[in-house]
Design a protein around this ligand. Structure first.
Ligand code: GLN
Length: 307
């Protein structure tokens, strides 16, 4: 299949859509990102990379980082992890407080904010402090992305903390139910820092490749997690990766994928490839408008989906 031609076609067809939607302005540092930008990359197991648009431009991966922290926590805690966080779709916005109250402080899944903050909390408990935890997360993303220099944008993390009342409220609510082990401020700050990791679509697509191949990066040949763990992470991406639009995303795209409010979406085609797309203007669910359409076009044109 001529992936380059397909990506070029998608880019062309999406031009009228690129200005539609809104950039995430509840994080002031992200509100400054220009609309209208677009990049898409496909990475195959033999290392072939196909890109279109601004594929070397770094952006804030935001909630996509939750896939990487969930991976680390699952590897450490295994089934024990599910005592603290579920694996059910929430049907609610990513930062909702409502469900958390009536479900006694146990977040529905690791990809809504409450769940991801819990995951960060479990990592801090394991590694004993937040610095070591961040170091481990950064080491892991550097390994899977193949870029040893990958970093996070501290201005974005700081900006998010300055407007972080809702996430702090989620953490405090969980603490009130006894589902929180570490200092709330330090934990939420660590969460903001991993959300502020910057990558371009080439790095992001490479980072997800191990999930498309049973936990093993086919390029570096490193086995990061077991095939069974990869299967579970992919299942949670499929059912919860786009919050209250997860059903719609599965319906239109048909791939396990995770979005972030920086406008990125990372998807995998099991046994075949990983795909990353970025376009900063978001739809009403907080998922990239053009990014979602691009993936829908990709699975339609290629016939690749898990269904
Ligand atoms: N850091 C963001 C937040 O906590 C992540 C949200 C997202 O990407 N959906 O609100």
């Amino acid at each position: 299949m001529n992936y380059q031609a397909i990506l070029n076609e998608i880019y062309e067809e999406l031009q009228p859509e690129l200005m539609r939607g809104r950039v995430a302005d509840y994080i002031p540092a992200l509100a400054e990102v220009e609309k209208g930008q677009f990049a898409m990359t496909v990475t195959l197991d033999d290392g072939q990379v196909f890109s279109v648009g601004e594929s070397s431009k770094q952006f804030s991966i935001q909630s996509i980082s939750k896939v990487f922290t969930f991976t680390l926590a699952l590897d450490i805690y295994s089934r024990e992890l599910y005592k603290r966080v579920g694996v059910e779709p929430s049907g609610n916005p990513f930062n909702s407080l409502v469900q958390l109250e009536y479900e006694n402080g146990i977040p529905r899944n690791p990809f809504i904010n409450a769940g991801a903050i819990t995951i960060t909390d479990t990592l801090i408990s394991h590694y004993k402090d937040e610095y070591k935890t961040l170091e481990v997360i950064m080491h892991f993303v550097r390994q899977i992305s193949g870029n040893p220099k990958l970093s996070f944008d501290s201005a974005v993390a700081k900006s998010e903390m300055e407007h972080g009342d809702r996430n702090l409220a989620l953490a405090r609510l969980m603490k009130s139910f006894g589902n929180f082990e570490n200092d709330v401020i330090n934990t939420v700050m660590t969460y903001f820092k991993h959300c502020a990791i910057t990558m371009n679509t080439e790095e992001l697509s490479r980072s997800m490749l191990f999930l498309a191949f049973g936990g093993r990066d086919p390029i570096s040949k490193k086995q990061f997690i077991t095939p069974s763990q990869a299967k579970r992470i992919n299942a949670v991406m499929l059912t919860c990766g786009h919050y209250d639009a997860s059903g719609e995303f599965a319906f239109h795209v048909g791939l396990p994928a995770k979005s972030g409010v920086g406008g990125g979406i990372a998807a995998i085609v099991p046994g075949k490839m990983s795909i990353a797309v970025w376009s900063p203007a978001l739809n009403k669910y907080g998922n990239s408008h053009a990014g979602t359409l691009a993936l829908e076009k990709f699975t339609t044109k290629t016939g690749l989906s898990i269904f």
